[in-house]
Write a protein that binds this ligand. Sequence first.
Ligand code: C5P
Length: 257
Amino acid sequence: LASGDFEGVRVLVTAGGTREPIDPVRYLGNRSSGRQGVAVAAAAADRGAKVVLLAANIDESVLAELRDRPSVRVVPVGTAAELESAARAAAGGAEVVIMAAAVADYRVAEVAEHKIRKEDAPGQAPTLRLVENPDILVGLVRERRPGQVIVGFAAETVGAGRGHSEPDAEDAAFPGPGEEDPAEELLERGRRKLARKGVDLLAVNAVGWNAGFESAENALLVLDADGRVACEATGTKRAVAERLLDAVRDELRALRH
Ligand code: C5P
């Protein structure tokens, strides 16, 4: 298990999902459990790494996997803004950054100071104005230190897994180039995201209503900076984490030689 190939390597992992407040009791969130990122943190620690885990709203039962691992420091964060400042503070001291967190693309423009109450505006549903959050990963890539390996994640819904309805008639009648095959579509979306983010490795996984986010199992396709498939891994989130770390180790070695 502990092969020691990350001995002395400092790894920053982000996991979970950010929550963007609407008012003091409500938020916009997502279904990320943080399990895949926690599995990466545990696996890296078991291979000798010193790990900082920025945990965005991860359930205690999920974090329990990290108990008895003194080489993992867990830092709780809530919003994308909190995750961003914690990530920027910690990234400088890490040789490896793995951004597994599901970061909200938007936050609420004006957070209500008091609970929004139906009684205050009978019959009038409120409208939430949203503003875009900065892309944390792109910022970390821009400020990267020499030799640092940065890994992004991409959770994509493709093909029949898109939403919970049947593909609409227009999609079925005019499939775009490379969009007939879900695996091909996943690869294409992954390559476009890779180019946009400028990361060294991109871990692409298909998520749907029944796969990925809340389940114990996962399937990942890892692309390298040239868009080549560095590895494909299916299995428990721990097994997938080990394969991802193999690819990270190979990148670290390539950078050192
Ligand atoms: O563009 P998309 O959200 O699919 O990109 C996913 C990757 O980018 C993940 O690694 C996620 O942690 C990161 N991300 C980020 N800041 C955002 C949105 C996503 O760092 N605002």
